[in-house]
Design a protein around this ligand. Structure first.
Ligand code: DGY
Length: 318
């Protein structure tokens, strides 16, 4: 008999095929996220769970799954999982680190270009029939080439974003709590220097108790008035209210966001601003990458059940 696996949302077919070769898969039948109660009810006999970043895998869920051996996140971020409790229960927690790096870096650059050159605002202007003639002062933005790119969190995605900046002749500065050996020129600086010197500040740190609201009122005040803030990591790294005030008062030039503090809820005040570009958390959203994430999540789950090392495990079990 195959071990049971709960998959909390339909993911690309190639991953389902892989999962079904090894598991008796039970998939969320709805075109929406499962509720906590539905997950708890479905997970009882499961030895493996493939979950989304929107599922809260807390003590209650873990306790509802006495046979669980692996929680395989269909994501690189795992702030939605109680890793400490899973570890205590002897459950491996895996993620899809690596496969989504380049797609997320591409999308980060889409936001950098769109915010600096006011792309979405300009397009809306044209669609509203307001483009009457070429004008010297129309939709002037910030240059990107030759500027200073500040990276907060120089892990895989931070590095991929920074590498792309070399083609724009940018100076790269970064702040990271983990030491990094980099294959390109970049200057490590303290947080204050990063905030004060970056023309574009791009966030790539994981969400932890230490990074929660790391970019708050005091930090935003240190940014240049021409600065652009980009977040494709996790929304709660930024104090959204403080950011909205800064953008409304034009204390920074613009912001580009793919993630939100209380996702998917987005404050009306943020939606009303013109100097922001807002995307619906699509950083890893290319067809190939979402498929590769599914295959990796499946391979991680299978490896744990086979007693092998998964491709990416975030906790250590005794
Ligand atoms: C992740 O994987 O954590 C991203 O936010 C979505 O792919």
């Amino acid at each position: 008999m195959k071990p049971k696996l709960l998959l909390t949302r339909m993911i690309p077919d190639a991953a389902i095929v892989k999962l079904e070769e090894y598991f008796d898969v039970s998939v969320n039948p709805h075109d929406r996220a499962m509720t906590d109660a539905e997950i708890c009810a479905q997970i009882a006999g499961a030895e493996a769970l493939v979950c989304l970043l929107t599922d809260s895998i807390d003590k209650k869920v873990i306790d509802a799954a006495p046979k669980l051996k692996v929680i395989s996140a269909y994501a690189v971020g795992f702030n939605n999982i109680d890793v400490e409790y899973a570890t205590y229960k002897g459950i491996a927690v895996c993620n899809t680190a690596g496969v989504l790096t380049e797609s997320t870096a591409d999308l980060t650059w889409a936001l950098i270009m769109a915010t600096c050159r006011r792309v979405t605002e300009s397009e809306a202007f044209l669609r509203e029939g307001k483009f009457k003639a070429w004008e010297p002062m129309l939709m002037l933005g910030q240059d990107v080439f030759g500027k200073t790119l500040g990276i907060l969190g120089m892990g895989r995605i931070g590095q991929a974003v920074a590498k792309r900046a070399l083609g724009f002749d940018m100076k790269i500065i970064y702040h990271s709590t983990t030491p990094q050996t980099l294959s390109f020129p970049a200057q490590q600086v303290d947080l204050d220097t990063l905030l004060q010197e970056a023309d574009i500040l791009s966030l790539h740190a994981p969400l932890t108790p230490k990074t929660m609201h790391l970019i708050g009122k005091a930090e935003i005040e240190k940014l240049k008035p021409t600065a652009v803030l980009i977040n494709t990591a996790r929304g709660a790294i930024v104090d959204e209210e403080a950011l909205i005030s800064a953008l409304s008062e034009k204390r920074i030039f613009a912001a580009g966001f793919d993630v939100y503090e209380h996702e998917p809820s987005i404050p009306g005040a943020l939606l009303a601003l013109k100097n922001v570009v807002l995307l619906p958390h699509i950083g890893s959203g290319s067809i190939a990458t979402r498929t590769n994430m599914g295959i990796m999540a499946a391979e991680n789950a299978i490896a744990v059940l086979e007693g092998k090392s998964p491709l990416s495990q975030v906790n250590k079990l005794n």
